[in-house]
Design a protein around this ligand. Structure first.
Ligand SMILES: Cc1cc2nc3c(=O)[nH]c(=O)nc-3n(C[C@H](O)[C@H](O)[C@H](O)COP(=O)(O)O)c2cc1C
Length: 179
């Protein structure tokens, strides 16, 4: 299974990016997680411009088309998701890559409830298939934990592994039901 993972933070020591890195490091052998590193290069969304004329947007769309699942982890800024993440998602709204895509949404701050709620609404509106069983909050805010530190924390590591397994199980179950 190929999973594309997008962190909504551009910060070097981002907790959201660290969480996705930790997930990549502990994912089962049959799962390949690609962490998208081009968010800062996505141009401002403009409906007058065709996505096919924007190479950075096409790179994202192609990665998504090659994936069977999407992980998203976003910081909350002023009660919303990060602008760079929303900008990238806006480019994907009209494409077919997103439709029925299994998506897990992660949160690294228990107090950041607005952004995570908004992200659920956005993904549902884009016809993504949110796998609720895999959506977790890992309380990393102010922890100073690196990806290695996250994996060395038993409770966090267990929670992450359970979320990945739930994502795989639920995705397989829904695929079987659709056949
Ligand atoms: C400009 C700005 C606005 C923020 N607004 C909120 C907010 O509304 N609610 C909240 O819970 N945290 C808020 N935060 C805290 C961030 O969500 C938090 O620092 C988070 O860890 C950033 O994600 P990152 O570590 O992946 O970069 C804000 C931080 C910044 C810099």
């Amino acid at each position: 299974m190929n999973i594309l993972a997008i962190s909504g933070s551009l910060r070097k020591d981002s907790y959201n990016s660290a969480l996705l890195q930790a997930m990549k490091s502990c994912s089962p052998i049959e799962v390949d997680i690609t962490i998208f590193d081009g968010l800062a290069d996505i141009p401002p969304f403009n409906p007058d411009i065709e996505a096919c004329n924007e190479p950075k947007v096409m790179a994202l769309k192609n990665l998504l088309a090659e994936s069977n699942g999407l992980f998203i982890s976003s910081p909350e800024y002023a009660h919303g998701i990060s602008g760079v993440l929303k900008n990238a998602l806006d480019w994907l709204v009209s494409g077919e890559e997103f439709v029925c895509m299994p998506v897990a949404i992660f949160n690294t701050s228990p107090r950041a409830s607005h952004a995570v709620r908004s992200l659920h609404e956005i993904i549902r509106t884009m016809s993504g298939n949110i796998i609720d069983e895999a959506c977790i909050t890992v309380p990393l805010l102010s922890s100073n934990l690196t990806p290695e530190g996250i994996l060395n924390n038993n409770a966090m590591s267990e929670s992450i592994r359970t979320a990945i397994n739930a994502f795989l199980l639920e995705t397989a179950r829904k695929n079987e039901m659709a056949e």
